[in-house]
Design a protein around this ligand. Structure first.
Ligand code: PEP
Length: 257
């Protein structure tokens, strides 16, 4: 049984007081018996603060990005070791906003993936096609290229301690969600590509769906056999909404058990 994951990417939102309120409400609403991993990804400057708040609790902490380099003269950058040092266990790599707005290519994303693994953190590798690619029926080609870049550099074995998130770019922050069947098709395809290299790792890999996941649509998405939870942007800023998504993931886990 793959344990579902619900991950909240806060993007560039929050303040010390807003984060405090959000995490307090969130912790209060989560049920200890839910067999799911709940993760939050605040902006860098709030990570240490969040780590203190979350210590000993149910919610795991991650960063939204990491430098591919281990340390040195890289002004403005933050290494994987530093993230781990302040309490992060997870890091998002290759989010479409990083790829598009900050020109990160597959090679750089692969190096970031490895940087996280090297210090014992779990990378959450994001893949997904743009609207133009979607309409040109290139979805599988695009996600295969993004996934294969990492596999070629680090091998399928590197996915034993990783999470993959399928995030169609046209669904991120748009209110337009992939249908459960669309998500399932891509998830099954991603899993099969890894399984072709290593059946066991493919079977156990957790693949999240991201793109306008909300309380109202999480249940039908998570009911799909290869959808192991969600990477959630906008809806992770509301404790209520995020809890509804977590409840849907917990229900999925119960049904599968
Ligand atoms: C994201 O930021 O990764 C995301 C999926 O955002 P949203 O849920 O707002 O579409």
């Amino acid at each position: 049984m793959r344990r579902p994951v619900v991950a909240g990417n806060w993007k560039m939102h929050g303040s010390r007081s807003a984060n405090h309120a959000l995490l307090t409400d969130l912790e209060r609403g989560l049920k200890a018996e839910w067999p799911i991993d709940v993760l939050v990804f605040p902006p860098y400057v709030y990570l240490a603060d969040a780590a203190r708040m979350l210590e000993g609790g149910q919610i795991g902490l991650g960063a939204q990005d990491v430098c591919a380099e281990g340390g040195g003269a890289f002004t403005g950058q933050v290494s994987a070791a530093m993230l781990k040092d302040v309490g992060c266990r997870y890091v998002i790599v290759g989010h479409s906003e990083r790829r598009r707005l900050f020109h990160e290519d597959d090679a750089l994303v692969s190096r970031k993936f490895a940087a996280a693994l090297q210090v014992g953190m779990t990378p959450v590798l994001c893949v997904g096609e743009t609207l133009q690619e979607h309409e040109a029926h290139q979805t599988e080609d695009v996600v295969a290229r993004q996934l294969d870049a990492v596999m070629a550099m680090h091998g399928a074995a590197s996915f034993a301690d990783a999470i993959v998130a399928y995030e169609p770019v046209w669904a991120i922050g748009t209110g337009r969600t992939a249908t459960p069947q669309q998500a399932q098709t891509v998830h099954a395809y991603l899993r099969s590509r890894i399984a072709a290299q290593d059946a066991n790792i493919g079977r156990h890999l957790r693949i999240l769906y991201g793109g306008s996941v909300k309380g109202v649509n999480a249940g039908e998405l998570f009911a799909m056999p290869d959808v192991d939870g969600g990477l959630v942007g906008g809806a992770s800023l509301s404790a209520d909404e995020f809890q509804q998504i977590c409840a849907a993931a917990a229900l999925r886990a119960a049904v599968r058990h």
